[in-house]
Design a protein around this ligand. Structure first.
Ligand code: NDP
Length: 479
């Protein structure tokens, strides 16, 4: 079976007729092919988007909203099919795709279908000058959306939904490693009545297809989620063309545990924040810092709880941790375990590749806990993006704050404490775009989402996303 590009409301083959193998991470087998799209395909997608723009940008908000709500419903109606596709493409447990990925993709369309009807701009009366200023929020035109493989449809729709709600037309590229649900979204958009050309999906490699989107002189804004190195490259390409850029990049998030926390709740959530989605979530708390007085207790309890996390085939009901997304990624993550050992880290649990009976070539790995001798070692500083966490003790608030902030990233942080004053002090000082206190990954789609430092530029979510996907224009009228 072949995946095709979705351009001007039609599924089409790549112009060069070149294809890339797509692997099933659960067994290491090629199960379909995807277009290796070139610049010419991106140009075709751009032209389709450009020709749809004048009509779509003038479509009433009520009508845009109605179509997007229909997309949301159809995603819900196709929950099983989409979840199975996501699980097969990515290696994540089927129950997780059903409970999180696909419902959230549906919510993204529903949320922005509603948000656009509430979006407003300012007006300023210039008192004493007989003038009124108002701000128009106009769609940009054709915009590019590029998303990663860890939460494929979830993050793809998180960009597309606000872009089209704001009246733009889109050229989008999912990760070449997980293209399937983006492919299926094409049909859903057609069925929902999204006009031809409003959304165009081009598949292929980041370095060619993705690069062609970023380089396109008339694609005026790029919303990108992915690694920090890729984000740097994109910024370098796009900046001289003065493109608007939203970059959601990597993280190395601290999970800070004080002795006064609700211990059981913390323990349960920490297992999840460490290993959910095989640890392949940019928000995972991959650096665990524990107050010294409960450190030994935590080590025992955490190791015990993690040892009960069943690694297995994504379709097996009891599986908590599925397969990693690809062979090169598995190798990268395993290599970090070796680096940790060389740096004096002690593997408290896991550290090895796993073979699952009947699926011997799948990309499985044990959930891994590494006790590190210093917060400055590489496994504590570099993003691993797999089922690996580090742990170490701390003695004071000042010490842990310094360690938490002493990385180049600043996406999220989790804090476990029942001390209100400490919560306020720490939340103010943690260098992160999001601070969770006594919880993790609790999301309200109205809130600003994004990171500081090397974790990105700009914010998604709520009206922030609608602001990104529109150009403000000041109109000043003298009367
Ligand atoms: P990559 O940066 O490798 O890829 C992200 C996307 O960019 C893919 O679609 C990729 O295509 C494409 N791409 C690669 N090179 C280029 C290029 N030169 N020009 C344009 N597009 C390009 O990230 P991963 O897919 O490996 O995702 C993991 C990373 O994403 C982690 O660092 C993680 O932290 C981050 N992430 C950040 C989130 C956030 O909100 N801050 C959320 C989720 C993940 P292809 O795959 O085909 O190469």
């Amino acid at each position: 079976m072949n995946i095709q590009n979705y351009i001007n409301g039609q599924y089409v083959n790549p112009i060069n007729n070149e294809w890339i193998d797509n692997y099933n991470p659960s067994n290491g087998e090629v199960y379909c092919q995807i277009p290796n799209s070139s610049k010419e395909d991106v140009e075709q997608a751009y032209k389709s988007a450009q020709s749809a723009f004048s009509k779509w940008s003038q479509t009433t908000l009520e009508e845009r909203s109605r179509i997007m709500l229909r997309v949301s419903e159809l995603i819900e109606e196709n929950l099983d099919r989409l979840a199975e596709a996501e699980s097969k493409d990515n290696g994540k447990p089927l129950w997780l795709a059903k409970a999180v990925d696909i419902p959230r993709a549906s919510s993204n369309f529903r949320f922005f279908a509603n948000a656009i009807t509430q979006f407003a701009s300012e007006s300023h009366e210039s008192v004493g000058q007989n003038a009124i200023n108002y701000t128009l929020r106009q769609p940009i035109g054709v915009v590019g959306c590029i998303s990663p493989w860890n939460l494929p449809l979830y993050l793809f729709s998180w960009k597309i939904a606000p872009a089209i709600a704001a009246g733009n037309c889109v050229v989008a590229k999912p990760s070449e490693v997980t293209p399937m649900t983006a492919y299926l979204l094409g049909d859903i958009c057609t069925e929902a009545g999204l006009p031809k050309g409003v959304l165009n999906i081009v598949h292929g490699l980041g370095t060619s297809t993705g690069q062609a989107i970023v380089e396109h002189p008339n694609i005026k804004a790029i919303s990108f989620t992915g690694g920090t190195a890729t984000g740097t490259h994109i910024a370098r390409t796009a900046a001289p063309m003065f493109k608007k850029l939203s970059l959601e990049l990597g993280g190395k998030n601290p999970n800070i545990i004080f002795a006064d926390c609700d211990y059981e709740d913390m323990l349960k959530t920490t297992v999840r924040s460490s290993f959910a989605n095989q640890g392949q979530i940019c928000l995972c708390g991959s650096r665990i810092f524990v107050e010294a007085s409960i450190y030994e207790q935590f080590k025992t309890d955490f190791t015990n709880a993690v040892s009960k996390q069943k690694v297995g085939h994504p379709l097996a009901e009891e599986t908590k941790i599925g397969a990693l997304v690809s062979k090169p990624h598995l190798e990268k993550v395993l290599n970090y375990v070796e680096i940790a050992k060389e740096e004096g880290g002690k593997v408290l649990h896991g550290g090895n590749q796993l073979t699952i009976e009947g699926h011997e070539n799948g990309y499985y790995m044990e959930p891994t806990i590494i006790e590190v001798p210093s917060d400055e070692c590489r496994v504590n500083q570099e993003e691993i993006f797999g089922p690996v966490v580090t742990i170490m003790p701390f003695n004071s608030e000042e010490e842990v704050l310094e360690m938490a902030n002493k990385v180049k990233y600043g996406l999220s942080a989790t804090l476990w404490t029942n001390d209100l004053k400490r919560t306020m002090r720490m939340s103010n000082k943690l260098q992160a775009g999001i601070v969770w206190v006594n919880t993790w990954l609790m999301r309200d789609l109205r809130t600003p989402f994004g990171g500081v430092k090397d974790s990105g530029v700009g914010r998604e979510g709520g009206f922030e996303a609608l602001r990104f996907f529109t150009e403000p224009k000041n109109v000043c009228i003298k009367y």
